[in-house]
Design a protein around this ligand. Sequence first.
Ligand code: GLC
Length: 460
Amino acid sequence: MLNRRDFVRRGAQAALVSLAAPSVARAFPAPLAAPWGAPDRMAWWREARFGMFVHFGLYSVLAGEWNGRTDYGEWIRNNARIALEQYNTMLSRFNPTAFDADRMAALAAAAGMKYLVITTKHHDGFALWPSKQGDFNVARTPYRRDLMRLVADACRRHGVVPCWYHSIMDWHHPDYLPRRDWEKGARTADGASFDRYVQFLHAQVEELLTWYGDIGVMWFDGEWEGETWTYARGEALAAHVQRLSPRTLINSRVVGQEANGLEAKLSRPKLGDFGTPEQKVPDRGLPGVDWESCITMNNNWGYNRADDHWKSVPALVGLLTETASKGGNLLLNVGPQGDGAIPEASVERLHGLARWMKSHGDAIHGTEASPFDGLPFRVTRTARRINCFLPEWPTSRELLLPGLRTAPQRARMLGEVTRESLPTRSVDQGMVITLPDRASDAVCSVLALEFRQPPVITGA
Ligand code: GLC
């Protein structure tokens, strides 16, 4: 089975080769029999449980501000109705000299994020790599450097799997249809050919999947303009990715949510490897479906200078334990400033996550959903371990795990240095563990029960 380390290493080898010959940079074995959804392709991603999302582009330079309004984000060109010619002048202002891919990857790695998904092109159509398709890209800015190269290489140096976000919707390309409602008068659609746009899209995706070594995920977005982005076109794009890079995972936004929405997915043929609930964690997870909640640290994906609605470190740890306990991944967003630097508030939160993950990451990575129903606290499990997350220290020292019939070999608080087991006793309703007097962590204490055999749990 291919694990995350293989991904990171193979990519690194490919990157070396690519110095000499960019077009033969990849060294994939023959395509896997099952194109997507095969469990072995998903293994590293399921184990990871936690990744970093990065929204960065031309819009970052505007920091959310236009004509006195300060509540814009990466949608600024559309929402502030900025004419294309005017937005194009932003190229000369893009010079993110403080962009430090190594620091970004190191922050992610330290926080226990095993993969990093960065915008290669958002809806505004600006490509962060020197694409040979069209000229709306980083090569036409004062910065000129290939941000995808910097990120892919830095990720591999830090043991993080590089992944690409890519927008299907494109507000810049002349052949993309439909036009925005508000610009129909100013930007004619005469002569536009969506089929030609699809060729461009496929060609850009090919660059992204063949220039930079193995890529963990193609994370598509902007798929909802269904008059043009049909299910068949989504299918063709997924097949294109699969052909170029059989092991690369594809999110379900490759086709419109209506055709392939999370709900619809249960009854329709599956397309894409995982669902992407946005800014929320589904109440009961999504049983039977792989999923990843993508969530912002404040209220915006792209950098917004005025947005100080930052979630606290305990709240972020809470989101992580919630997604893991429901069997999903968390993709937590960072929106670098126009100069490329990661906002200090985000750095502080990543440090906070790193501190907690250092002693509790084992209760997140490689775990599965809670086997218990309706507990007042969150739980993850592996074959021989149960982890209980206790952000508030219970008023009673006696913690009941209902239906647990196997006595643990050892019960301990993670991060505590003691060889002794906490006392446990079997009762009619299950297993009672006697907790220590005090919480073991100020953010979220974790009780780990270790078993010799996979434990028996009844009534779960
Ligand atoms: C949305 C938005 C977008 C953001 C994304 C993240 O679909 O259009 O701006 O990139 O979700 O999930």
